[in-house]
Design a binder for this molecule. Sequence first.
Ligand SMILES: Cc1cc2nc3c(=O)[nH]c(=O)nc-3n(C[C@H](O)[C@H](O)[C@H](O)COP(=O)(O)O)c2cc1C
Length: 239
Amino acid sequence: MDAATETSGGRPSAQDRIGVLEELLAERFSCRGFLSKPVPRVTIERILTAAQKTASWCNSQPWRLEITSGAATERFREAMYAAASSGRPNAGDFPFPREYRGVYLERRRESGFQLYNSLGIPRGDKAGYARQALQNFNFFGAPHVAIVHTDEALGVYGAIDCGGYVTSFMLAAQALGVATIPQAALAFHSDVVRAHFGLSDDRRVVCGISFGYPDRAHKANSYRTSRAALADTARFFDE
Ligand SMILES: Cc1cc2nc3c(=O)[nH]c(=O)nc-3n(C[C@H](O)[C@H](O)[C@H](O)COP(=O)(O)O)c2cc1C
């Protein structure tokens, strides 16, 4: 019996365990249309407890979260929407990608057109694109937002640790039937976020995660993004 088929003490076999993980990874998608129904606190805390197991350099666990529900989500929505629609320049703590080029530009365009096609926004309709981009600041109707921030002194690795945390959060949420969307857009006005939540000057806003129960009938949730083949991603060196 090998590790793939072994069961011990009634624990699921390795095949079952990887099967569950693969299913969660395959099912998860960025949800851009939520039901207003709130997620119980006990479920949110279960997600956070699972995600807390994320690895971080020197076990620094630099992620901290500001999580809103109910009226607090509405107040934050108002603050973010006002900032985003005011025309003020973006003032994120981390530089925006300098350029999407080559295959990265192709993938960006493909996923963008999937979204616009699902919503019936015609190609080249810049005003339509802008209206949809503003939905980021409505949290796509989600009843909750988690703002993920890190310590300035940890630099890029603090942000990497937070990225790992975000993935754990999304998978734990998926396992509990809670949909998510990670949003760099919510870090575009990090000064507004810091002021809103009373964060100290040395906290750096990495991103937000809007979450809640998915609106399965929403057109923006009707497609799935593609992934590159393994051969485009990894090289093996054996000799
Ligand atoms: C760090 C990060 C930031 C993101 N920021 C945004 C965002 O601001 N707005 C948005 O609509 N989607 C955002 N996304 C979602 C991506 O567009 C999405 O993950 C990607 O297209 C793959 O699709 P999937 O998540 O449905 O598999 C972000 C994803 C990540 C990982």
